[in-house]
Design a protein around this ligand. Structure first.
Ligand code: SAM
Ligand code: SF4
Length: 484
């Protein structure tokens, strides 16, 4: 599989497509007597969210307006995830739902992209069971989306474009509409070389390729000058970053930390085999690097880690976690854990519970093992029965919920700086935000600090100090004491 670096001149065809699409949709807008709209539905991780921001950027450059929900959109794009089967099932369910909309409006365009399109069985299923889907394209060729969209319009046949190559494109050549006013997602590398035996990502996202450091720094400088307070440096394994001049991840982190303007720099994910004390020291020493480490454990059993092709052991993982706790005392550690990997015994599972307890994770994404076609683990013997998996999963959740609650409880009585994300989903007069350690906080504004001219939305992206008053399993309550 070759890695192709896309240059500006390679995008001439895309620029033609932009122009043709703008013309087509403005004519359609006149015919329909209204704006032409789009909706991008995102499944999965932050890298997919970042891809969706690019899809939105390209659709807006064409002149389309974003709408909430698929039903009323003229262009609907499903940006899919293939990491677990349930994400795939949700896509197929949603494709069924939009069938009627497409039937009643032939001008409507439905597209599917993302990791699912790299699994041949999925593409076959879309061809066979969802023939009204207009275009299917993969994440490697996101930069060519306008070309695919143009070619799909007016075609009777479904257009399928799946690449055998891995592309790397200067992200500044792709328009982007960022979802958040204060947080910018910045992928620093794409793909994965690790081939954990359960995981579809290396097949869906191809081999690792890193963006040039100079390109990343240009983007970060631009974001700082636009007033973004938080950047998230993204990659399937950010610690494997390798710049074209031999730069490594600490060089990216250092460069980001030195840029004036960012209050918070986050990075994820870190692979336990690659995370170094140097990176943890940087978290401890730079006041603008978030005091949070996402370090996926997957299993606490050395035997299972080996079967998963995760080249670290329980002891090494614990050593890293303890080092982080020691160097970053007010920090937090989150993790990913899979329950029910083929061959997992009760003893292996108890090993996972032990590590979870010892690390006292502040939060965790816990998953039931999902068999992914084409991965090594899918053909392993001794797949674990569903009832055993659900029982273990429940026990893990109980333990982790208790640890998360204790982590939130430890905050009560303290006052910390919060980056405000906006209005809480539960009540209009409550704001939500996060601490430097990534704890979720819901808080009120006392009357004395209330500005009658401001709505909850106006606070998005502002910093304030909050005194914590109460702990919940997944969040902390508090009251604002100072708006910055
Ligand atoms: N690259 C990151 C790493 O290795 O830490 C993780 C990326 S992956 C998209 C996110 C998480 O999904 C993994 O850490 C793993 O816990 C989970 N996952 C991946 N494949 C899975 C599978 N087949 N079944 C259940 N969970 C899975
Ligand atoms: Fe998947 Fe492993 Fe790569 Fe993470 S490191 S994306 S779990 S193969």
């Amino acid at each position: 599989m070759a890695i192709i670096k896309v240059a500006k001149e390679d995008l001439r065809e895309r620029d033609n497509a932009f122009a043709e699409l703008s013309e087509y949709f403005s004519a359609l807008s006149v015919t329909k007597g209204r704006d032409i709209t789009y909706n991008v539905r995102t499944y999965g991780c932050q890298l997919n969210e970042s891809d969706s921001e690019k899809l939105c950027g390209m659709l807006q450059q064409i002149g389309l307006k974003e709408v909430k929900g698929e039903a009323s959109a003229d262009v609907i794009i499903f940006n899919t995830c293939a990491v677990r089967e349930n994400a795939e099932d949700r896509l197929f369910g949603n494709l069924g739902i939009v069938k009627a909309d497409k039937k009643s409006d032939k001008d409507k365009i439905i597209g599917v992209c993302g990791c699912m399109t790299k699994v041949p069985e999925n593409v076959e299923k879309i061809k066979k069971s969802f023939p009204y889907v207009d275009l299917v394209f993969d994440p490697q060729q996101l930069h060519l989306f306008p070309v695919f969209l143009r070619d799909a319009i007016g075609k009777k046949k479904q257009l399928v474009n799946i690449s055998a190559e891995d592309y790397i494109v200067d992200d500044s050549l792709v328009p982007i509409t960022r979802k958040r006013k204060f947080r910018a997602l910045v992928p620093i590398m794409y793909g994965c070389n690790n081939f954990c035996t359960y995981c579809i990502v290396p097949y869906a996202r191809g081999r690792e390729r890193s963006r040039d450091l100079s390109e990343i720094i240009d983007e970060l400088n631009k974001l700082a000058s636009q007033g973004y307070k938080e950047v998230m440096l993204l990659g399937q394994n950010v610690n494997s970053y390798k710049g074209s001049n031999g730069e490594r991840f600490p060089d990216v982190l250092e460069a980001a930390a030195k840029i004036d303007g960012f209050n918070r720099i986050r990075f994820m994910s870190s692979h336990p085999k690659d995370i170094s004390t140097e990176i943890i020291d940087m978290v401890a020493e730079h006041p603008n690097i978030e005091t949070h480490l996402h370090l996926p454990l997957q299993s606490g059993s050395d035997r299972i880690l080996k079967l998963m092709n995760r080249p670290y052991n329980r002891e090494e993982y614990l050593k890293t976690a303890h080092y982080f706790r020691e160097r970053v005392p007010n920090g937090s550690i989150s993790t990913d854990i899979i329950v029910g990997f083929p061959g997992e015994t009760e003893e292996d599972f108890l090993g996972t519970l032990e590590v979870v307890k010892e690390c006292a994770f502040d939060s965790a994404f816990t998953f039931q093992y999902s068999k992914r076609p084409g991965t090594k683990a899918a053909s392993m013997e001794d797949q674990i029965p569903h009832d055993v998996v659900t029982d273990r999963f429940g026990r893990l959740l109980d333990l982790q919920n208790d640890l998360a609650y204790k982590s939130n409880l430890a905050k009560v009585g303290k006052t910390e700086e919060i980056l405000i994300e906006g209005q809480s989903s539960t009540a209009p007069d409550i704001l939500t935000g996060r601490t430097m350690s990534n704890h979720l906080v819901n808080f009120t504004i006392p009357d004395a600090l209330k500005d009658p001219g401001k709505t909850s939305d106006d606070y998005e992206g502002m910093l304030c100090d909050v005194k914590f008053t109460n702990a919940r399993p997944y969040s902390v309550d508090g009251e604002m004491v100072r708006l910055k």
